[in-house]
Design a protein around this ligand. Structure first.
Ligand code: ADP
Ligand code: GLC
Length: 479
């Protein structure tokens, strides 16, 4: 069994902007249950400090060099469900309103990664594997191999890099490489960390990590192609034998319709029909929709961005508005999409509701109260939302891409199988056709709908089998 340090930009229960936080909040526990010793490290953001700092233990203070200054690092820790979480405090870099998207992100996360590696020395804690997640941690494999060459304790560490979204790469000017990151300039010159004219945290991880994973087998194939590779496909193809696709699970204790404290009514397979309807009526009331048990309620909980396929919906708003459905949308993101949904909801009161923003609690009630969950993504590395909706008996309607293809089995009316509905081509007519198919099943074939709902609710969304895959991966590295 392995000792593993997970490094990530966010993680539940402390802070979340997307599915990465769900993963960091749940996979360590699943791995711990399989006998591994797992710890996690992330930055101490303002929201985390405000809410939790009083309950954290102070571990250590030291410095790392950034732009030739010795910059202080304070490490705090907290045990959570048998997993030790470390937090790296720097008020200037991290105690800001949001997590990412600042001009100095390269320097902020460069500092973070240097601090993580120095933390090992300061705490005399030497994991066998450092498991890095997404671009915020992409320089670590390079730093382990190139910046600590005089210390054999670093040389023994194996690194894994998981791609949660290849569209976000951490590409910056090469000017930060030496003074901020402490990485020698010849690694830019020889191409190891270079991407185009600058440096790339993610590309560096593809060069240096001992193993690369992504969050579904289909996405692992897709990112080797120009259509999905976001210009990284050539580099990734060189590492394709070290690239694994391991599908995400969810925290089945947090996401349990039988016990979820955010729900007004609770259900399992036995009472799903009645109690899910009660959840639906309550949700309709909460969102100002007409309270009708008989109407098909379509839910959507998402970052409102091009990735998620909203432009397909935009092209078909008239057709969608004319359908015998209600829509409950929760999300925030691109202004154009937010404004469209605001207008749509204002023009269709009682039928369409839009909650602009991030609301964890409401998300649970939408998963529980809806009949169908819409996720027509342009690309989807894995997707957590469709897993939550299936667990809550809400049938996902998805585009067959990445993890959506791997986790949602399309309805087959002859064999009476499936856990949802799917369409293949990124085409708004196909989306509308598939919605119409789902509408027909809902209104005309209630037995088939009930069969799909049972299949969805019994589909294994837990981490168990994927944690076994990670165990195999770690074993290959350390044996
Ligand atoms: P991504 O990470 O690409 O945004 P995922 O499907 O992997 O997509 O994960 C999204 C996670 O964030 C899910 O847990 C979903 O419920 C949650 N989420 C997304 N938008 C919101 C929102 N506006 N309010 C609450 N939760 C949200
Ligand atoms: C990213 C992807 C999403 C995935 C999540 C967790 O945000 O967009 O598909 O589920 O990471 O791996």
């Amino acid at each position: 069994m392995a000792s593993i340090l997970m490094v990530a930009g966010e993680g539940l229960p402390f802070i979340k902007t997307g599915g990465l936080a769900d993963v960091i909040g749940s996979v360590p526990t699943a791995l711990t249950e399989q006998g591994h010793e797992v710890r996690v490290v992330m930055p101490l953001y303002k929201k985390v400090a405000d809410k939790y700092l009083d309950s954290f233990s102070f571990e250590k203070e030291f410095t790392v060099s950034v732009y030739y200054n010795e910059v202080p690092v304070r490490i705090y820790s907290k045990d959570e469900n048998g997993v030790k979480f470390y937090f790296i405090q720097h008020q200037g870099y991290f105690e800001r309103d949001t997590l990412y998207g600042y001009d100095d992100d390269g320097v902020r996360f460069g500092y973070f990664q240097k601090a993580v590696l120095e933390m090992l020395n300061q705490l005399d804690y030497w994991p066998q594997v450092i498991h890095c997640h997404d671009w915020h941690t992409g320089m670590i494999p390079c730093m382990v191999k190139e910046c600590h060459t005089d210390d054999p304790r670093y040389a023994d560490i194996k690194t894994v890099f998981t791609i949660h979204n290849i569209a976000f790469q951490g590409n910056f000017s090469a000017d930060i490489l030496v003074p901020a990151l402490g990485v020698p300039y010849y690694l830019f010159e020889n191409g190891s960390v270079r991407f185009d004219t600058g440096i790339s945290f993610m590309k560096s991880a593809f060069v240096y990590a001992d193993k690369i994973t992504t969050v579904s087998p289909s996405y692992a194939q897709e990112i080797l192609t120009p259509q999905y590779g976001e210009h990284m496909e050539a580099v990734l193809n060189m590492r394709k034998y070290d690239l694994w696709g391991i599908v995400n699970g969810i925290d089945t204790v947090l996401w349990d319709p039988k016990t979820d404290p955010e729900l007004p009514y609770h259900f399992d397979l036995i009472n799903v029909k009645e109690e899910k309807t009660n959840c639906k009526l309550a949700l309709q009331k909460e969102l100002g929709l007409d309270q009708r048990a008989d109407v098909l309620l379509v839910g959507c909980v998402s970052r409102l961005t091009w990735q998620k396929g909203f432009y397909l919906m935009m092209e078909q708003l008239n057709a969608i508005c004319a359908m015998p459905i209600q829509l409950a949308i929760l999300g925030s993101g691109e202004k154009e999409i937010e404004n469209k949904f605001t207008d749509l909801a204002n023009g269709n009161k009682g039928k369409i509701a839009f909650y602009r923003g991030y609301n964890e609690s409401l998300a649970h009630r939408i998963y529980a109260g809806s009949d169908l969950f819409l996720m027509p993504s342009l690309f989807e590395p894995c997707g957590i939302s469709q897993l939550c909706s299936m667990r809550y008996g809400t049938l996902p309607l998805v585009r067959e891409t990445g993890g959506l293809k791997d986790t949602v089995a399309p309805y087959n009316e002859y064999e009476k199988t499936g856990t949802g509905f799917s369409f293949a081509k990124y085409d708004s007519t196909d989306l509308v056709n598939k919605l119409n198919d789902a509408i027909k099943v809902y209104y005309n074939k209630p037995d088939d709908w009930a069969m799909l709902r049972t299949n969805a609710m019994t589909y294994d969304v837990s981490w168990q089998s994927s944690a076994r895959e990670y165990t195999k991966l770690y074993k290959e590295l350390i044996d």
